[in-house]
Ligand binder design. Structure first.
Ligand code: ABU
Length: 497
């Protein structure tokens, strides 16, 4: 019971720890209730409201900052309401994103990390976390197949893909850090047309230019076509441009396709191109003996993005860049700020790893993965990845057998299952153009109903010449066959005319 207590009754303002204890236990209680609700199939995934409703306040929940100090009781109400009106991404029927689930051990690690409230830039202030990061990155590199190398945890795959382009540019233009791009040749980079957009953004930001960021064609299931890559490399050379970088994707965002690494690596070797693998989504298969072959040849890469916050289920965010070349990150990014990275400290300053990153302040992301790895072992991750792939096959089978459903692509390999639902009213339309136009509107309409009902969340998009289709992703350990059965029935129910 907090009565009229205010923040000044908390540590360190108050001499007594009593109010702090009550407050934090109440906060913990709120979180615990939320976690149990997240896993409860009878609870809604979300209580949907439009932005303008939030901004006007919902049942007393106001986002306004009045400038007045509120009571701790009100602060607890705010905590509770914030979770109440959010989206339960750990709910067994949340299939919307590549990151889902609520892993309890990594959640505990995130709480511990927040309590430690430190910064990853130096051993001086984060000795345990800095050493853990080194050990986890080394383990990840070994799994890829590298004995040596470098790496960093950063705020997401986008940033890691960005790092990779910087490293490649530094390799081909060692002077770029000093001289910039003014006198640089026209560098050209390549990725498949289905690659995540973060692979293109560095071209815009690093002075390469979007016109020098070339999309390579894909096959019928979304894999990069190596022959088109080679053709485009040669076309660039004919124009006196300088190809320097290829990003191959292991697990594309929409289709979950895996580009053929050995063939792409051979082209990169032939033309001396940096090979980056964006395995943000698909990197988890490295933990599975059954599915590791999806990324055969990954050890040939110069750099790899691998997000344990995706199919490995680590609480957001947890994203690693692994590099085959030791010292490359430091050569690229180091600024040697001597207020922070003093060279005459009393310990081995090679553990002050912050200077090899683009950031100064850096959140501790490694502890979640380290702790979950301790709790689950390799086998725990392997079991989870295998289960997600199995459940996705089950869904693909159900789609094939359920009237009104159709797979948008050939049988999925990973956990992205892409499909259309045809409501009864459009099933018998013979004019394909009309039918297609109507079908395009179905997924957005059903998605709106999913969110308004709070019963299910599945993502949708158009791709190439295909009209809007659902993309279902399984990466949540809470999902069972019964949830897949529910998904089919719920889409039928929500999709009734
Ligand atoms: N970083 C890509 C995430 C996309 C998704 O969750 O659907």
């Amino acid at each position: 019971d907090l009565g009229l207590a205010q923040y000044k009754d908390l540590l360190p303002y108050s001499k007594s720890s009593d109010v702090t204890e009550v407050f934090l236990k109440d906060v913990f209680d709120i979180m615990l209730k939320y976690i149990f609700k997240s896993y409860d199939r009878k609870s809604k995934i979300l209580d949907f409201h439009h932005p303008h409703q939030f901004l006007q306040s919902i049942e007393g929940f106001s986002l306004e900052l009045t400038g007045e100090a509120e009571s701790l009781h009100q602060i607890l109400v705010d905590c509770s309401d914030t979770l109440k009106y959010g989206v339960k991404t750990g709910h067994p029927r949340f299939f919307n994103q590549l990151s889902s689930g609520l892993d309890i051990v990594s959640l505990a690690a995130e709480w511990i990390t927040a309590a430690a409230n430190t910064n990853m830039f130096t051993f001086e202030i984060a000795p345990v976390f800095v050493l853990m990061e080194g050990i986890v990155l080394q383990r990840m590199r070994q799994i890829i197949g590298w004995e040596k190398g470098d790496g960093i945890f950063s705020p997401g795959g986008t940033i890691n893909n960005f790092y990779a382009v910087m490293l490649a540019r530094q390799k081909i233009l060692p002077d770029v850090k000093q001289s910039g791009m003014r006198n640089a040749p026209d560098l050209v980079m390549f990725q498949s047309k289905h690659a995540h957009y973060s692979n293109r953004r560095p071209a815009a930001v690093l002075g390469i230019g979007m016109k020098n960021c070339i999309d390579v064609k894909v096959d019928e299931v979304g894999r990069m076509l190596p022959e088109d890559l080679e053709l485009k490399v040669l076309q660039a050379k004919v124009k006196n441009k300088v190809p320097f970088y290829v990003s191959a994707t292991s697990g594309t965002t929409v289709l979950g396709a895996f580009d053929p690494i050995p063939e792409i690596a051979a082209i990169c070797k032939k033309y001396n191109l940096w090979l980056h693998i964006d395995a943000a989504w698909g990197g988890g298969v490295l933990m599975s003996r059954k599915h590791r072959h999806f990324v055969d040849g990954i050890e040939l890469a110069d750099s790899v993005t691998w997000n344990p916050h995706k199919i490995m289920g680590i609480v957001l965010q947890c994203s690693a860049l692994l590099v085959r070349h030791k010292g490359a990150l430091e050569a690229c990014n180091s600024m040697k700020a001597n207020y922070l990275f003093q060279q005459d400290k009393h310990y081995d300053v090679s553990y002050d790893t912050g200077d090899k990153t683009m950031q100064c302040g850096r959140h501790v992301d490694v502890f979640k993965l380290w702790l979950a790895w301790r709790a689950k072992g390799d086998a725990g991750f392997e079991e989870h990845v295998d289960k997600c792939v199995e459940l996705s096959k089950y869904l693909a089978q159900k789609i094939k057998l359920s009237p009104g459903f159709e797979l948008a692509y050939a049988e999925p390999k990973y956990t992205n299952v892409c499909f259309w639902y045809y409501p009864p009213s459009i099933r018998n339309i013979n004019d394909l153009k009309v039918r297609s136009e109507k079908l395009h509107k179905v997924a957005p309409a059903i998605k709106a109903r999913m969110m308004t009902n709070g019963s299910l969340m599945v993502s949708y998009q158009p791709l190439d010449d295909k009209v809007n289709f659902f993309r279902n992703v399984i990466s949540n350990p809470a999902v069972r066959k019964e949830d897949i059965d529910f998904l089919i029935k719920e889409i039928e129910k929500l999709g009734c005319d």
